[in-house]
Design a protein. Structure first.
Length: 450
């Protein structure tokens, strides 16, 4: 059932609108048609009575032997006249509320005439609204016997057909036109109402990648204005929080670097060579850690400009530069793939993955590919891989597979976290997967519908 149900709010609203309109029209037509045929038959019966009265008045002015010609001339498709009376004793007159109503109409029409008149409703068909009635059936079969003042006789047989069903009066075309007009005007109105919701969703996606995005316009219905104002307030608070974080980080970074510089100066003044080298190594590790922490917070915070970048060219240059430094990297780069990004941040993310692969496997393979909807940058190695239960953990800051925190071995555990941060800030994500043949594949996945 869900497969055939529209997935968008606009389509669901249009479906509901058209369904309500068609249902209300069908219900109205059903109620109307239940009484329509009776009204039509009563009207036709009244007209028939007036016609018969006219024929009788005309025939009454002629002699009895001339009346036959008058009666024959008065015959129509629905009315037959006979010069002799058809005895009512031999036909069954149907008794029903509607038949009595019909008889009342005829007797009222003939009440002022000096004739002896008997009216018999031989058949009153059951009314069936919205159902097609065969052409050979009739709604009403009347027999009217009359005796003139000069004792002459005449008999009239009337057959009144069913009134045409509304469904046969192009009502389906009418419903179709109503639905089409409802779709056009309802679609325009619903588009106007749902457009701010789509704008709000797009804005939420945008500020996830760029907090400095243009605030939402605060116009439209009151509910939309309130939602836009609340969203803009949230965006402003996030910007302020991020700026406070950056200011605090800058202050901490300055104080830490000042302290480390003093430590390094003191280490250089030590006379013991072994102790001096050990102290300098510790200071160097602390500097790298502070630098990595700053990068973790700074990178991926959408502070840099973004522009359409040829990733094929960017990654080809990166691989070429690293290979010149003696790194073993093979690349399979699809040509002419462009992406809206901060080129320096994205290059940093890829380089972190390459450094990680080379550290544990000695070599790496870089693959760049793009389809209609997404872009993939894969870095694979033939190293020991990562235990499956820890694939998610190693994307967190300060988490490493190697428990050592030495820069020469385990590192600080921030390389993958920084790459993951950068990926998320560009609307993508970083996934890790162990290869069946051994080793690890780290994949940066970005949507191309930006």
């Amino acid at each position: 059932m869900k497969r055939f149900f529209p997935g968008t709010l606009k389509a669901q609203s249009l479906l509901l609108l058209v369904a309500l309109l068609i249902s209300s029209h069908l219900l109205t037509l059903f109620i109307y048609e239940r009484h329509r045929e009776e009204s039509v038959l009563l009207t036709e019966a009244a007209d028939l009575a007036q016609r018969i009265i006219g024929v009788i008045e005309l025939a009454n002015t002629f002699a009895d032997d001339e009346r036959i010609r008058i009666l024959q001339t008065a015959q129509t498709q629905f009315l037959t006249a006979y010069p002799e009376v058809v005895p009512l004793d031999y036909v069954a007159c149907q008794k029903s509320a509607f038949a009595d109503e019909m008889l009342k109409h005829f007797k009222k029409a003939f009440s002022q005439r000096q004739y002896q008149i008997d009216v018999c409703a031989r058949s009153v068909a059951t009314l069936k609204p919205f159902f097609h009635t065969p052409s050979n059936s009739n709604a009403l079969d009347l027999l009217i016997n009359l005796q003139f003042a000069d004792q002459g006789n005449a008999s009239f047989h009337a057959l009144l057909p069913h009134a045409t069903s509304l469904l046969q009066d192009r009502v389906l075309l009418y419903l179709g036109l109503v639905s089409l007009i409802s779709l056009i005007f309802g679609g325009l109105m619903i588009s106007r109402l749902t457009s701010p919701i789509r704008t709000l969703g797009n804005a939420a996606t945008t500020i996830g990648q760029d907090l400095k995005a243009t605030p939402l316009p605060e116009h439209g219905p009151e509910e939309i204005r309130l939602a836009a104002a609340a969203f803009n307030t949230m965006q402003h608070r996030l910007q302020r929080t991020l700026q406070d974080q950056k200011d605090m980080l800058a202050a901490i970074s300055h104080d830490l670097k000042s302290g480390l510089t003093r430590l390094q100066l003191r280490a250089e003044m030590l006379s013991d060579e072994v102790e001096r080298q050990g102290m300098e190594a510790v200071v160097m590790d602390m500097k790298k850690m502070v630098s990595s922490i700053i990068d973790l917070v700074r990178l991926g915070n959408n502070t840099g400009p973004r522009q359409k970048t040829n990733l094929s060219y960017l990654l080809d240059n990166l691989v070429h530069a690293l290979c010149e430094e003696g790194r073993q990297i093979s690349a399979e780069i699809q040509g002419d793939l462009s992406f809206l990004c901060n080129a320096s941040e994205l290059q940093r993310a890829v380089q972190n993955l390459l450094d990680n692969a080379i550290k544990y496997a000695g070599s790496a393979t870089l693959t760049l590919s793009g389809s209609g909807r997404e872009l993939r940058i894969c870095v694979c190695d033939t190293g020991p891989g990562i235990p499956a239960e820890r694939l998610e953990d190693v994307l967190k800051p300060f988490v490493t597979v190697d428990p050592s925190r030495s820069a020469a071995t385990g590192g600080q555990g921030l390389g993958l976290a920084i790459a993951s941060n950068i990926a998320r800030s560009h609307g993508g994500n970083l996934t890790l997967e162990n290869r069946s043949s051994g080793g690890l594949c780290a994949t940066l996945i970005f949507p191309l519908d930006q």
